[in-house]
Design a protein around this ligand. Structure first.
Ligand code: HEM
Length: 385
């Protein structure tokens, strides 16, 4: 099967799933949305978001033109709605927000909730330097803290560091299908070097303090269970959806498939519904291609001999990324949760990830599966060393 051009899936050959250029403010017609979001941390702190929204005009989506406009509208409306639900504790979203939000989500093909794309992929602007944390700003924030900014921007750095991998690895698959194993080896060397950079990019999370993340930011990005009111409809639309999580990243699911990593849990599969339509379709189409592991095993003995160790190296680097991510989750979620449970005498500690997982168990399993030496379906072993 022939894949479409990357950009037809909303994937850039250079920046991958992150847009190539920083977001710009929407046309003046949407100033009311921009202003609410610019003031969101104050409105939430002063508990005056509901009052501010009482003056919000019902705006049409007709003045959104570029893809980037639609993405920004998703970020702005998503943050306002999550502020209303988790800050002002409302479970009815008025038509002035619900109508345009549903239209924007339909256009982008995302669920009507603030997902990873809205929190991270599309939530950056003012980029003096797109490769550093200090060179970018987020569009939206609930707290206005640098901690929250770092939490949204580090995934952008990780994804951007790997921006060329979709193109590189698809070329590797095409080269493997033509028995051009030298070329495959070159692409895999680039892949393992890139995975090392992705591990380094995770370190930038140090700018986000775990207690601020856990107590001040995390409550806003949780799932929603709300009624969205619509014009001319007697019944409002009830939605119950999980919150934003980088478990909704298309990049890692792409890497897993191409490197031949298989996961038992269905959570990652379920998270595809939360990705933008183009990215989801990209994964569906990529899944129809054989993995590099399948191709190397089916290739000549010399191909297997030269390529399997390189594949194993990539999978080891991906495992190292997952090791480090597990320690991040322990530091940012499990430890603050334990501390909070200790304060509430006898309080039980049940922690759930924003995408609904039992985090450490789920992440350790995904990590271990990354370096499984045997594939259950065909019983081949990756050579060690
Ligand atoms: C403080 C920072 C972070 C926290 C607290 C965190 C938390 C979590 C949790 C709890 C999960 C399990 C799914 C769920 O229920 O939500 C998860 C999954 C995941 N996260 Fe993070 N995460 C953080 C940073 C990052 C960063 C910077 C990335 C890079 C893009 C990332 C990528 C992923 C991926 C790809 C998964 C799916 C599991 C896998 O493929 O290994 N996370 N995260």
């Amino acid at each position: 099967m022939i894949l479409k051009q990357l950009n037809e899936y909303g994937v850039s050959p250079t920046t991958g799933f992150v847009p190539e250029t920083p977001s710009e403010p929407l046309p003046v017609y949407y100033n009311a949305w921009e202003e609410i979001v610019a003031n969101l941390p104050r409105l939430l702190k002063e508990a005056s978001l509901i009052n501010a929204l009482a003056l919000l005009p019902a705006l049409e989506t007709d003045h959104l033109s570029s893809e980037s406009d639609w993405q920004r509208a998703y970020v702005l409306l998503g943050f306002i709605i999550h502020g209303l639900v988790h800050g002002a504790k409302q479970n009815h979203i008025p038509t002035s927000l619900a109508e345009p939000f549903l239209r924007v989500c339909e256009r982008l093909g995302v669920q009507p909730v603030l997902s990873y794309a809205g929190l991270c992929l599309y939530n950056w602007q003012d980029a003096k330097d797109k490769n550093t944390l200090s060179g970018m700003r987020t569009i939206a924030s609930f707290t206005g803290t640098l901690d929250e900014e770092a939490f949204y921007l580090v995934p952008v750095l990780v994804e951007r560091a790997a921006g060329h991998l979709p193109g590189q690895l698809l070329q590797a698959v095409a080269s493997a299908q033509l028995d051009q194993w030298d070329k495959v080896a070159g692409h895999l060397d680039i892949c393992s070097a890139t995975l090392k950079q992705m591990v380094n990019a995770l370190s930038e999370l140090n700018l986000c303090r775990p207690d601020i993340f856990y107590h001040d930011v995390r409550p806003y990005i949780g799932g929603i269970d709300v009624a969205l009111e619509r014009h001319g409809e007697e019944e409002s639309l009830h939605v119950k959806l999980v919150g934003g999580s980088a478990g909704q990243s298309s990049l890692f699911q792409f890497l897993d498939h191409v490197l031949g990593v298989k996961h038992e849990s269905t959570l990652l599969q379920e998270m595809r519904a939360y990705m933008p339509r183009g990215h989801r379709q990209f994964l569906i189409d990529v899944k129809r291609l054989p993995s590099l592991l399948d191709l190397a095993v089916a290739g000549s003995a010399s191909a297997s001999h030269s390529i399997l160790p390189k594949l194993e190296e990539c999978r080891l680097e991906l495992k190292k990324w997952r090791d480090k991510h597990i320690s991040v989750v322990a530091r940012y979620v499990m430890l603050p949760a334990q501390k909070a449970a200790r304060r509430l005498e006898g309080g039980a500690m049940k922690v759930t990830g924003t995408a609904g997982s039992s985090p450490i168990q789920f992440l350790k399993q995904a990590r271990d599966e990354t370096v499984l030496l045997y594939d259950n379906s065909s019983h081949y072993a990756l050579p060690v060393g």
